[in-house]
Write a protein that binds this ligand. Sequence first.
Ligand SMILES: NC(=O)C1=CN([C@@H]2O[C@H](COP(=O)(O)OP(=O)(O)OC[C@H]3O[C@@H](n4cnc5c(N)ncnc54)[C@H](O)[C@@H]3O)[C@@H](O)[C@H]2O)C=CC1
Ligand SMILES: O=C([O-])CC(=O)C(=O)O
Length: 311
Amino acid sequence: MKVTVVGAGNVGATCADVLAYREIANEVVLVDIKEGFAEGKALDIWQKSPINLYDTRTTGSTNDYSKTAGSDVVVITSGLPRKPGMSRDDLIKTNAGIVKTVTENVIQHSPEAIIIVVSNPLDVMTYQAHLSSKLPRTKVMGMAGILDTARYRAFLAEELNVSPKDIQAVLMGGHGDTMVPLPRYTTVGGIPVTEMIDADKLDAIIERTKFGGGELVKLMGTSAWYAPGSAAAQMVEAIVKDQRRVFPVCIKLEGEYGIEDCYLGVPVILGKNGVEKVIELDLNEDEKALLEESRKHVRAVMEALDNMQEA
Ligand SMILES: NC(=O)C1=CN([C@@H]2O[C@H](COP(=O)(O)OP(=O)(O)OC[C@H]3O[C@@H](n4cnc5c(N)ncnc54)[C@H](O)[C@@H]3O)[C@@H](O)[C@H]2O)C=CC1
Ligand SMILES: O=C([O-])CC(=O)C(=O)O
């Protein structure tokens, strides 16, 4: 299995490293626009192989997409990260151009690839990659839900003093402040979380999760990479190993949840064909209202992208 990761920065290099040391792919190609940058990162990861004991071949390329030919999965992380005081949507202008060019290059050499978008604003960059690749919607998806859910699970594990492994959860909606938490689908070793934690503490954790990306931007002056890179690698693994894992993933909705033509995070089954199935939960009225808020927000940013492309 061959996987290309475009963008050898913080998230891209972390993703490539996880793909290599966990031997998720046989071959990983890193691509970046900065001269020598991807080659250097790939060489460093390759030189770690005798220490960490893996044989995934990692190589790099400065914008030469012929090296990516025949990739089974392509992860797009190229683009600007936000700085303190910015929202993810502030990145749209620069990152839309980058994601468009990168997708066109990728698809020229790997027309059968499955694309995982990471660049922000996530839901709308997934839309951009879908437009530019012209692939079926099941083969173009965005990574956000696994990350948001992981933050929520980590915060809960800390509060309850239990292993994060035993916390199962699902979040839906856009990757941003309007994400939709679903506490009634959160369990701790199979026990509903509401039996383990007070409502006000759970509310505080949900609020912290919504702004989880911003918390890290404030601390570091740039956005997160360890959890995002690992989350993207986990999606790659589900696809290349046809694991049929159930994850929240950003995909274009075509009638599911009563929503047409909007890119939102929803639980799906992920396997060798990409999104094998969108899982439709029976949401209650409060959850439907939160999802509608999220839809409105993402639609507005999608329309901003449409206007930019017409201009
Ligand atoms: N979906 C999610 O949950 C998350 C999304 N992100 C987003 O991922 C993106 C990357 O973040 P970082 O890795 O921290 O940024 P970074 O600045 O460390 O790396 C980005 C890389 O993209 C490269 N690049 C720019 N234009 C390119 C082009 N046309 N072709 C190839 N490479 C190009 C840059 O040279 C740079 O090395 C940002 O947009 C960030 O907001 C970050 C974390 C989580
Ligand atoms: O916060 C950001 O800008 C990066 C991101 O999407 C995240 O870490 O959730």
